[in-house]
Design a protein around this ligand. Structure first.
Ligand SMILES: [Zn+2]
Ligand SMILES: [Zn+2]
Length: 286
């Protein structure tokens, strides 16, 4: 299983010289494995560059899984080339009560007002599916699990596995415990926090929204984003091998993110790195 990061920025795309190293595109992650259809998590602006590369693969079956529909995770969808190719068979899965709910949410964006193309005019064969937190679901031959996150309007975390290797994608979310409680307070996880720990259990790679510092989180607790110490604590309890800090703040410059990387460079169990656009992680072997 190979994980490629096409967009790692949170909230708003920020091209420019001071974001060139970590990248300015918003959330988009590609997961591939030999002979299996590609799974794409979120279609932020990073999806635009991913699109053309998928034509080189033989597979025309494609799965797009949304964590939620905030614009930074959706804006790349109508700029994602396979959507405009009649040869592609795309299944779009998202947290919703039913497949029509998933379709309706995208159709509200692709309605001829916010983008010239309407969902009903999209050339690819697109079908829709819904996922509920706490449940397993399949994307063709892939088996995934979902867990609820703490974000305005709701969002889902996902675990995907192949040959005993696992990646968990957690964005966007505030900590699942309040300051001083649960893992945030140095205690035991319960409820939804425990469910997220279980989703991460033993994972080789966890990609985690850490857009805020602890102090920023304490000022903006209802905004639905986490901070590195919380992600680290959760991954440590879940015996995760590698944590990637993700959904970088739009204002975070390369030099600020370099400093954050240096701060976490000595972390073990899990190892901590910063997500960077263009990064490729191969999860294989014993
Ligand atoms: Zn976001
Ligand atoms: Zn969001």
């Amino acid at each position: 299983m190979t994980v490629r990061l096409w967009g790692v920025r949170g909230s708003f795309p920020v091209p420019g010289t001071d974001t060139a190293k970590y990248g300015g595109n918003t959330s988009c992650i590609e997961v591939t494995a030999e002979g299996l259809p590609t799974v794409v998590f979120d279609c932020g602006t990073g999806a635009r560059k991913l699109g053309p590369t998928l034509f080189a693969r033989e597979q025309r079956e494609l799965h797009i899984v949304f964590t939620h529909f905030h614009m930074d995770h959706l804006f790349g969808f109508p700029f994602f080339a396979p959507v405009f190719a009649p040869s592609f068979e795309i299944t779009v899965t998202a947290p919703a009560f039913n497949p029509d709910g998933t379709r309706d949410r995208i159709a509200r964006f692709l309605n001829g007002i916010f983008h010239p193309v309407r969902m009903s005019e999209v050339p690819a064969k697109v079908q829709f599916a819904a996922v509920r937190p706490g449940h397993s679901f399949s994307c063709g031959p892939w088996e995934l699990k979902a867990a609820a996150l703490n974000h305005p309007g709701g969002a889902c975390a996902y675990r995907i596995e192949r040959n005993g290797r696992a990646m968990v994608y957690i964005t966007d979310t505030a900590p699942l415990s309040r300051p001083g409680e649960g893992l945030a307070g140095g205690g035991e996880p319960t409820g939804r926090e425990l469910q997220l720990v279980e989703l991460c259990e033993g994972a080789d790679l966890v990609i985690f929204d850490t857009m805020f510092s602890l102090n920023e989180y304490l000022e903006k607790m209802t905004w639905g984003h986490s901070y590195p110490e919380y992600a680290y604590e959760l991954c440590k309890v879940a015996r995760v091998k590698k944590l990637l800090l993700f959904h970088h703040a739009p204002d975070a410059s390369d030099s600020e993110l370099d400093a954050l990387a240096v701060h976490w460079a000595s972390a073990q169990e899990p190892v901590v790195e910063l997500a960077r656009e263009g990064m490729e992680i191969v999860l294989e072997g014993p």
